[in-house]
Design a protein around this ligand. Structure first.
Ligand code: PHE
Length: 460
């Protein structure tokens, strides 16, 4: 099995695929919302510190496990430990990725619908004026609570992921990422330029880049840590699975650094696109998750309404950007259970992918319906959609992080780790010592606090 295992074809492909996993709704949707909620630039600063101190070491650790084992994430941990506890750590990823995928595709379906709507002239047909937010609110609420329409878009979206997965690692995942990611960067740059001409540009940029430390509290710090983990796709098996397709000569520490830079860069650029428009329209930057579907179209309309063509382009490009970002992330989530099922059950990749697609569609239908007709069904006071999000992001992600850092920091032989990350001593890397230090002493502690806070057991 080891001999025949698929590989990524090039370094560029590796970076695009892994950055594609990282860059997603987390950057363009969650990051601006959290930045708005937590006071702007000071939050970004903490976020970046968390990426450097915690994110990069954990990414390198996941790369280590994947490339060392050269297998799916569940089997990978078993090759490192015979203990039933540590050896089964990889299952967290398989289950976590499936659950994230199940609600991620619901939002991805909305994004796809909004790309179509804006191509049809969403932003140019709604009249400019005070009532736009109410109009957009109506459009979004009608669509997201509909029992059929969002499910159709969700299924369409997952079919695209499915196709890329079935086409294989090099011809599917890598090829799609090598096309989608550069297009995504190009759109990002065009939108940022437009945004700099919006009437609220100065205010928006100052909100993003002038830190107000008085707005920071322990909650926002923990939120920044959680956000950095989510945004970098950590602890859910995606990076471990992708690393199992890396060649032996890949410099994994350097790759982790490049991917983290790209991911943070995209998040900040997304902020540069969103906040000028938000300030032009006098919208509260704390508008919450509806920001992207309600406040933002309204903000774009008010910022660029004088120039209908630009306004039209901004709408189409922005939702196309979101579609590309969600696609590459969803592909990486899909690959985790697909690789596991196909390798452990010894079945064809296409059959395994079909099982995953069907399971995610079933879960996704419940998540989608919980926006409307099943909205009354609540568990622990949460709708089904919120429950999927909370269980994965707030509980499973930090818990899996705690266990991975303890396992690699304390249980795995140091020489094995150093050997793999330095490509058997061929790359000099003093950072590896720093990475081990973080995995042993800093990350478990930071993650335990984040986890307890998420559970509500540690309220500041
Ligand atoms: N990083 C992705 C985003 O920013 C989400 C994700 C989380 C993907 C965990 C894979 C694993 O949207």
């Amino acid at each position: 099995m080891t001999e025949k295992r698929a590989r990524f074809g090039s370094r560029f492909g590796i970076i695009m695929a892994a950055a594609g996993s990282a860059v997603g709704l987390g950057n363009i949707w969650r990051f601006p919302v959290e930045t708005g909620n937590n006071g702007g630039a000071a939050f970004i600063l903490i976020y970046l510190i968390s990426v450097v101190i915690l994110g990069i070491p954990l990414m390198a650790a996941e790369f280590f496990v994947g490339r060392h084992a050269r297998s799916n994430t569940a089997t990978a941990y078993r090759t490192l430990s015979k203990s039933p506890f540590w050896g089964n750590l990889g299952f967290f990823g398989v289950i976590g990725a499936t659950l994230i995928m199940s609600y991620y595709i619901v939002v991805a379906g909305w994004v796809l619908k909004y790309m179509v709507l804006s191509a049809e002239g969403l932003l140019t047909t709604v009249g400019k004026g005070q009532e736009t937010t109410t109009v957009f609110e109506g459009i979004f609420n009608r669509f997201s609570t509909d029992p059929v329409n969002p499910i159709i878009y969700m299924v369409l979206f997952i079919i695209i992921c499915h196709i890329s997965i079935v086409m294989g690692v090099q011809k599917g995942i890598e090829k799609f990422s090598k096309i989608f990611m550069p297009v995504l960067f190009a759109i990002l740059i065009v939108l940022t330029i437009f945004s700099l001409f919006a009437p609220g540009a100065a205010e928006g940029l100052s909100f993003l880049f002038h830190p107000d430390f008085s707005k920071l509290n322990s909650k926002s710090i923990l939120c920044a840590v959680g956000q950095s983990f989510y945004s970098l796709s950590l602890c859910m098996g995606c990076l471990c699975t992708y690393a199992s397709y890396f060649g032996k000569d890949v410099n994994m520490v350097k790759s982790a650094i490049s991917i983290s830079i790209i991911d943070s860069f995209v998040a900040i650029m997304a902020g540069m696109i969103i906040f000028p428009a938000v300030f032009s329209a006098n919208i509260d930057p704390q508008a919450g998750p509806s920001l992207v579907f309600i406040a933002l179209p309204s903000a774009f309309l008010q910022a660029f309404g004088e120039w209908p063509i630009i306004c039209y382009m901004v709408g189409v490009l922005f939702y196309a950007l979101l579609v590309l970002a969600t696609l590459t992330s969803a592909i990486s989530l899909h690959e985790v259970p697909t690789a596991y099922i196909s390798e452990s059950w010894h079945i064809k990749r296409s059959y395994a992918a079909t099982i995953v697609t069907v399971v995610c569609i079933i879960f996704g239908i419940f998540c989608s319906l919980s926006m409307g007709i099943m909205g009354e069904i609540k568990l622990f006071d949460k709708t089904i959609f919120d429950l999927f999000d909370y269980t994965t992001t707030t509980l499973m992600l930090p818990l899996s992080g705690i266990l991975i850092t303890i396992f690699i920091g304390w249980k795995v032989k140091r020489s094995l780790f150093v050997d793999e990350l330095t490509n058997h001593g061929t790359i000099k890397s003093s950072i590896v010592t720093f990475i081990l230090f973080v995995l042993r002493y800093i990350a478990p502690f930071a993650l335990v606090i984040t986890f307890l806070n998420g559970l509500g057991l540690l309220d500041f």
